[in-house]
Ligand binder design. Structure first.
Ligand SMILES: [Zn+2]
Length: 344
């Protein structure tokens, strides 16, 4: 057993999971079955309209993994984040309140957990939520908003894009917290054939809610958007945002993935490396340029790499992405030279 396994065992044994389920999550009755604590599901996705009389949810005392037959599952932190609408750090703090043992190294444990998640393929599946597709099925629909972003109806359908009209969110205006209804376009993320989360793009002009909001514990670091639909023998195009993927797909460029932003994890590099020919097309800002440099460094010895990059442009903003893709790409030498010119 390695160090983090031992820390984890300490944490699990020193945690009063029954009190946590009852006081924090609002569970009433708990049915113990070995390590599994069966109970009625309290997740807020609206999947248990008449309550959950025959309990479909359970939490494992040893692995601290939660599962609901209807909603899906994730870690105990993910459960608390979802039920109480907390950030990951807030959830960690709340879970810690139920730790009865002398877990001196709790922070170290969490750090270790995060480190493992961002660097390598998930091992113990500790923080990977898997949702039932029932949750997104009521949201799926073609929208004029996505039309206006250049995403074809065909692609909207294929990628199960939808609209969540009712979704309450806490916003903070510097003084008070307030609950608002924030309609969002929903972009589901299906990875290895499982729904592992979604991104929501707000449709209101209200500046307070964030433009994008991810489902809890969104598995950004160990997945790529559109990864399930690729042809390994074709060139892979790597972009930052799912919206760029959707736009390029609508133009018939379908071997494309997004890294969900400019920070690229080792595991994402590992996935990208499986493609012989890679075209890197990050956003034309300093974060995007850094990401391009990082990817070029990681891939240049093993893969055929070309780079597309222009100030203030990204795949969703250039006028004719198809023409741009064919005519503007640089090989590594040309790109390194252009970087030097930038610095002069
Ligand atoms: Zn449920």
């Amino acid at each position: 057993m390695n160090n983090s396994d031992e820390l984890f065992k300490d944490l699990a044994e020193g945690l009063d999971v029954v009190a946590l389920l009852q006081d924090l999550c609002g569970v009433q009755e708990i049915y113990e079955n070995g390590d599994e604590l069966g109970h009625s599901c309290k997740l807020p996705f609206g999947m248990h309209k008449n309550g959950d009389k025959n309990p479909s949810a359970s939490l494992n005392k040893k692995t601290l993994l939660f599962n609901c037959f209807t909603c899906g599952g994730g870690s105990i932190f993910w459960l608390v984040e979802n039920i109480l609408d907390l950030t990951s750090n807030q959830a960690i703090a709340r879970v810690k309140e139920y730790s009865t043992g002398s877990i001196v190294d709790y922070e170290k444990f969490i750090d270790k957990l995060k480190e493992n998640l961002s660097k390598s393929a998930p091992k113990g599946k500790i923080d990977i939520p898997v949702y039932s597709e029932n949750i997104i099925s009521s949201w799926i629909q073609e929208t004029e908003y996505m039309d206006s972003r250049g995403v074809s109806r065909e692609v909207q359908k294929e990628m199960k894009i939808g609209l969540r009209e009712i979704g309450e969110e806490w916003v903070y205006d510097g003084k008070n917290s307030q609950k608002l209804n924030v309609p969002r376009i929903i972009i589901p993320h299906i990875f290895n054939k499982q729904l592992v989360g979604w991104q929501g793009r707000k449709l209101t002009a209200d500046p307070r809610p964030p433009k994008y909001k991810n489902s809890k514990n969104f598995p950004k670091a160990w997945s790529l958007y559109n990864y399930d639909n690729l042809d390994q023998n074709e060139e892979l195009i790597v972009v930052e945002s799912p919206m760029s993927v959707l736009k390029l797909k609508s133009l018939g460029i379908s071997n494309v993935v997004s890294t969900f932003g400019a920070s690229v994890s080792n595991y994402q590099v590992h996935l990208i490396r499986q493609f012989q020919d890679v075209c890197i097309w990050m956003d034309g800002d300093s974060a995007g340029r850094k990401a391009s440099s990082y990817l070029v460094n990681c891939l240049s010895k093993t893969n055929m790499v070309t780079i597309l990059e222009e100030d203030n442009e990204d795949p969703a903003s250039v006028g004719d992405p198809l023409d741009y893709l064919i005519n503007q790409r640089k090989n590594m030498l040309e790109w390194n030279l252009s970087l030097k010119e930038l610095k002069v």
